[in-house]
Design a protein around this ligand. Structure first.
Ligand code: GLU
Length: 486
């Protein structure tokens, strides 16, 4: 590895749905790797054995691939510093634990949960911040044998050096300082021999030659512990960059209350990966100019850590919808149709889709994709193509149908529609124009009642687009139905 090579990592814990914040961290790391010709490592941090699952790991990898975030080393692709799944690295951690114990930088602690709790309560009663007292720091071998004989199990604690300022330059937050006296001797290996996150992450980042640790701000408070471990283990420090928390629009931490939080949920709703990437990039990074639509290639070109903001990023769903609408308009109707079909089935519009029905549906979707933010919303607009029992959407729509010109407009429309050979966009457009001309009415006076007669609504896609798709028979039947409801 050359001195200059940038090596970043994304290190998810596979403990549940893949959160949008995780996807943002992955994207920022990927952008940096691509921009500087570096490498992105995907490491699975599965030391929390109860909460980790293979299914969640698969889900994360699947989502990353969907977003176009590829990794150069890591699980599945492997590489020179593997294995890349923490539970497969336990021997490695054990070696370093032995080193720390031998060097007197860590010690076995035999305190029970109850003893620790009593200690915490006593400290809090005195108004102190709870912090492990270091009671087991100086146990002799004989003490340890006795405690083991009592049936106690032990954890390994790191002996935090006293009176040591910890100062580092964060790529996003600037100078950050902590006092080691605020950190008690913390557990690095649990009684079952499994290392905790703060410990495993240091060994892995060091052995995997990670140069830049870019992660979410919630890990900022872990960084001093990690720096102390880097030093104790004799490893050089990487650069750290902590990207801002993602808040909901009400400025509280983004959670399920704010709507969908997992990548999977957005994917199922028919959001497009280009749009999610584009949106995630803007969650904390500010481009130089006014432009807000960026392809992945453009993001790689423009992304830089010095435009990553310190202040919290606000998850604005309206903005995501706006961005997704942009990509949806440009998308192949085949794709939007595929994404919409499960929702149309769930809403009861479709059952099995025959090849013929699909051909029709593709044209319907091509019309509607102008109007939606994401594919699932097709359901909210498609009624006009399915429902022949037209209902007036509003009282205003019904009122319009009482206009004095209506009988003439409807007669002309029925006659002309009946007389048409071929029903396509241009011929329907010409037919509607001829009504305007012959009745000497303004366009709105003709288009609006015809639209209401066919759909019950005052707004929607152009008539020359929808009439051929609904078809002559059904349009004529709808006009009769609507007029009979007046
Ligand atoms: N496994 C940690 C998490 O998912 C990784 C944190 C880090 O990037 O250091 O939050």
């Amino acid at each position: 590895m050359s001195q200059q090579e940038l090596r970043v990592r994304f290190a998810p814990s596979p403990t549940g749905p893949f959160h949008i914040g995780g996807a943002r961290s992955a994207l920022f790391n990927w952008l940096l790797a691509k921009k500087y010709g570096g490498k992105l490592v995907l490491r699975i941090e599965d030391t929390d054995r109860e909460r980790s699952s293979k299914e969640s790991e698969e889900n994360i990898k699947e989502a990353l691939k969907w977003l176009g975030i590829t990794w150069d080393e890591g699980v599945d692709v492997e590489g020179p510093y593997g294995p890349y799944r923490q539970t497969e690295r336990l021997d490695i951690y054990r070696r370093y634990t032995k080193q720390l114990l031998d060097d007197g930088k860590a010690y076995n602690c035999y305190c029970t949960e109850e003893e620790l709790e009593t200690e915490r309560q006593a400290q809090m009663a005195k108004g102190e911040t709870p912090c492990y007292s270091g009671r087991c720091r100086h146990l002799t071998d004989a003490d340890q044998d006795r405690l083991t004989a009592e049936g106690r199990t032990s954890v390994v604690r790191f002996e935090v050096p006293r009176n040591k300022p910890i100062v580092f330059t964060d790529l996003v937050r600037g100078t950050v300082s902590f006092d080691s006296n605020g950190v008690g001797d913390f557990v690095i290996v649990k009684s079952d021999g499994i290392p905790v996150y703060n410990y495993a992450v240091v060994i892995d980042d060091a052995l995997m030659h990670i140069t830049h640790v870019i992660r979410a701000e919630e890990h900022l408070s872990n960084t001093p512990r990690q720096i102390l471990l880097y030093e104790a283990l004799g490893f050089g420090l990487p650069k750290f960059g902590h990207i801002s928390l993602i808040l909901g629009k009400d400025r509280t931490k983004m959670s399920k209350r704010h709507g969908a939080t997992s990548v999977e949920q957005y994917r199922k709703l028919g959001y497009l990966p280009e749009a999610i990437d584009n949106f995630l990039a803007l969650l904390g990074w500010a481009p130089g100019g006014e432009e807000e639509i960026f392809s992945l290639d453009e993001l790689v070109e423009q992304f830089s850590m010095d435009r990553v903001a310190k202040n919290p990023a606000v998850f604005d769903i309206d903005k995501l919808n706006w961005i997704n609408a942009h990509y949806t308009k440009q998308a192949d109707p085949e794709l939007i149709t595929d994404l919409a079909i499960p929702h149309l089935k769930a809403a009861g519009y479709l059952d099995e889709v025959s090849p013929e029905q699909r051909k029709w549906l593709l044209k319907v979707v091509a019309v509607l994709q102008e109007y939606i933010s994401y594919a699932a919303q097709i359901v909210d607009h498609i009624d006009i193509f399915f429902n022949d029992n037209v209902e007036f959407e509003t009282e205003e729509a019904r009122e319009i149908m009482h206009d004095a010109d209506i009988p003439n407009v409807m007669d002309a429309f029925r006659t002309k529609l009946n007389a048409m050979d071929e029903l396509d966009g241009p011929s329907v457009k010409a037919m509607l124009k001829s009504i305007i001309k012959e009745l000497k009415l303004g366009g709105k006076k003709v288009f609006m009642p015809i639209r209401i007669a066919i759909t019950g609504k005052m707004h929607g896609p152009d008539l020359d687009k929808i009439i051929p798709l609904i078809g002559r028979e059904r349009v004529l039947a709808r006009v009769d139905t609507t007029l009979s409801k007046l």
